[in-house]
Design a protein. Structure first.
Length: 126
């Protein structure tokens, strides 16, 4: 499962796309779909930053740009291989290479509200 935080300029995505890739020099299209709202975010990833691309692939994503105004929570993602560096339509890709889940967390931590209410008791002395 991918773990991303909303509002970040640089987040790392680490996946294993090479094992099913058939193109020589692919560009990867990631399509994220929110589980509840079905909103879709399509991102063409930049260059693979992995020092060992045969073992894993590492990409940088700007969640502040791509997920601006999008709900936090669980998303499904599908990664596609393609020759085109700008295409965001899965119908025009060379095929799916991976799918999975992604959790988008809020950029601010949740703070609990504490209430301090005096406790008074009435006892029966009867």
């Amino acid at each position: 499962m991918l773990e991303l935080t909303a509002g970040q300029q640089s987040e790392k995505i680490i996946v294993t796309l090479t094992e099913l890739t058939t193109l020589e020099a692919p560009h990867y299209l990631f399509v994220f779909t929110h589980v509840a709202t079905k909103q879709v975010v399509a991102v063409v990833m930049g260059a693979d930053e992995s020092p060992y691309p045969d073992r894993y692939n590492q990409f940088d994503i700007n969640t502040a740009t791509y997920f601006a105004g999008m709900p936090v929570g669980e998303w499904h993602y599908t990664a596609y291989q393609q020759d085109n560096p700008t295409n965001t339509n899965p119908a025009f890709t060379a095929g799916e290479v991976e799918f999975g889940k992604m959790r988008l967390s809020s950029e601010t931590d949740f703070e609990f509200t504490q209430y301090h209410q005096p406790a008074t008791y009435k006892a029966y002395n009867g």
